[in-house]
Design a protein around this ligand. Structure first.
Ligand code: CU
Length: 124
């Protein structure tokens, strides 16, 4: 007398804990308009005289950081109309960042080895 239809229903209520906007307004007394939630970041590694990845796409307001993984010294020179100041000479593990506000395509090179090229695309 086996009773068929032993349907075991395992209902899992996945409570989606939406972590929307983690505690904005911490009452800090910082000066300057540093946004609480940055729109994005991207990292470009310099390895073997190449940018990796060379052509990232980021959101407006994103901060792109280059890190020199080579023992050779490199620098970052923005060659777009943005005309960001050239980075200092970057020793191994040194970093340099540019924050891109407006959509567009921003080319850059190594100021020392100008055959090292790349571009950052900023798109909404
Ligand atoms: Cu270089």
């Amino acid at each position: 007398m086996a009773r068929s239809g032993g349907l075991i229903r395992s209902t899992v209520f996945a409570v989606a804990a939406v972590l929307a906007g983690a505690a904005c307004g911490d009452g800090g007394e910082k000066q300057g308009g540093t946004p609480a939630t940055p729109p994005g970041v991207a990292s470009i590694q310099i390895v073997n005289f190449q940018f990796t990845p060379p052509n990232p796409t980021v959101k407006p307001g994103a901060k792109v950081t280059w890190t020199n993984g080579d023992t050779a010294v490199h620098s970052i020179k923005d060659t777009s109309p943005l005309a960001t100041p050239v980075s200092p000479d970057m020793a191994k593990d040194a970093t340099f960042s540019i924050t891109y506000g407006q959509p567009g395509s921003y080319t850059y090179i190594c100021g020392i080895h100008q055959y090292m090229t790349g571009s950052v695309t900023v798109a909404p």
